[in-house]
Design a protein around this ligand. Structure first.
Ligand SMILES: C[S@@+](CC[C@H](N)C(=O)[O-])C[C@H]1O[C@@H](n2cnc3c(N)ncnc32)[C@H](O)[C@@H]1O
Length: 294
C-alpha cells in the first residue's frame, strides 16, 4: 500500500493559504524569492529559449504581447518591449512583486543589461518603468500594463493581443479550460500562443510522479488552495483544450522526460484516470508548444 502521510498538514497549509495577507507574508520572506530576484539572467534565458525554439520565426516587433503568470520578475516583459513589442500586458493571479530592494534591484539589472547589450528598443523598456527608486514603482500604461487577475478572467478586450505567452503557469491554474478559452478570446486571429508546461509533482521533489496516485477528491483536498497547486492535466489534455478553442499546433517539443522504467513501475499505483494513458504521454515531464489562433 502506498504511504500517504500528512493529509492533515496539507489541509492546514490549504487553509492558511486562503488568506492573501498570510500568503503574501510568506512570499515576501521566501528564501527562494531572494535567490530568484538575484538571478538577473533568467529572463534572458527564457527569451533565448523562445528565440531558439521558434527558430527566429516569431517576431514580437510592433505586436501586443500578454505574459500570463510572470511571477517574481517582469524581466521577460521588459525584454519583449526591448525587442520591439508595441505594448506588453503582464497578468498574474497572485502577488509576487513587492517593489522592495530585491525587486527593484532585479528590474534595474535587467534594464541595465538591455542598455549595455544595445537592444533595439531598450529605451522603451526603460520608459515603461517609472519611479524605480521607490516602493511606488508604476508603469507607463502605453507600454506596460501589469494586473493581478486570474488567467481564467483576463482583464483584456477580445482580440487585443498578437502573442500570448507563459512559462510554467498552465499546470498551476485551477480552471485550465477557462484559461485556454481566455487565451483564445484575447488573441487576434493569426496570433501566436506559446507555453511551456511542467507536468511534474511540485510538492514532492524526490518523486515527481507521486501525485498521480491520489484520486481527484484527495488531490483537491491536499493541494487545491496552495500556491504551488497543479491541476495534473497531462500533455494530451492541453493539446485537446487548445484545439477545441481554435488553436492549431505549429510546433511542440518534449523538453523534459521521465524515465520510461519509472513510469511503468509506478503505473499500477496511479489513479484510474492516468493509468491507461500512453507511455509517451506519461513520460512527458515538461512540454513546450507554439500554437496559432485560427
Ligand atoms: C511557477 S510560477 C512561474 C513564474 C514565471 N512564469 C517563471 O517562469 O518564473 C507560476 C506563476 O503562475 C501564476 N498563476 C497561477 N495561477 C494563475 C492563474 N490562474 N492566472 C494567472 N496566473 C496564475 C502564479 O502566481 C505564479 O506567478
Amino acid at each position: 500500500m502506498s504511504e500517504r502521510p500528512g493529509l492533515l498538514i496539507e489541509l492546514a497549509k490549504n487553509v492558511a493559504s486562503t488568506f492573501d495577507p498570510i500568503r503574501e507574508w510568506i512570499e515576501r520572506r521566501s528564501a527562494r524569492r531572494a535567490v530568484e530576484a538575484q538571478d538577473n539572467s533568467r529572463p534572458f534565458t527564457l527569451w533565448q529559449e523562445l528565440s531558439d525554439r521558434t527558430g527566429g520565426r516569431l517576431s514580437v516587433q510592433g505586436r501586443e504581447v500578454l505574459e500570463v503568470g510572470p511571477g517574481r520578475s517582469l524581466g521577460l516583459s521588459l525584454i519583449f518591449l526591448a525587442a520591439g513589442a508595441r505594448r506588453v500586458y503582464a497578468v498574474d493571479r497572485f502577488r509576487h512583486l513587492f517593489w522592495d530592494r530585491l525587486d527593484r534591484r532585479h528590474t534595474v539589472a535587467v534594464l541595465e543589461r538591455l542598455d549595455a547589450e544595445g537592444w533595439p528598443f531598450a529605451g522603451a523598456a526603460r520608459h515603461a518603468v517609472r519611479d524605480i527608486d521607490s516602493e511606488n514603482v508604476s508603469f507607463d500604461p502605453d507600454l506596460l500594463i501589469y494586473r493581478q487577475a486570474d488567467g481564467a478572467a483576463l482583464p483584456l478586450a477580445d482580440a487585443s493581443v498578437d502573442l500570448t505567452y507563459s512559462n510554467a503557469v498552465l499546470e498551476h491554474v485551477h480552471h485550465p479550460d477557462a484559461v485556454v478559452r481566455e487565451l483564445a478570446r484575447v488573441t487576434r486571429r493569426g496570433g501566436d500562443s506559446v507555453h511551456e508546461i511542467d507536468f511534474r509533482d511540485h510538492f514532492v521533489e524526490r518523486d515527481r510522479l507521486r501525485f498521480l496516485e491520489f484520486p481527484e477528491w484527495e488531490w483537491q483536498l491536499r493541494a487545491r488552495l496552495r500556491p504551488g497547486y497543479t491541476n495534473r492535466l497531462r500533455v494530451g489534455d492541453f493539446q485537446r483544450l487548445f484545439r477545441e478553442v481554435g488553436f492549431e499546433l505549429l510546433s511542440g517539443m518534449i523538453t523534459q522526460h521521465f524515465e520510461m522504467k519509472d513510469v511503468e513501475a509506478m503505473r499500477p499505483r496511479w489513479a484510474s484516470r492516468f493509468r491507461d494513458r500512453s507511455a509517451e504521454e506519461l513520460s512527458t515531464a515538461a512540454y513546450w508548444g507554439w500554437w496559432r489562433r485560427q
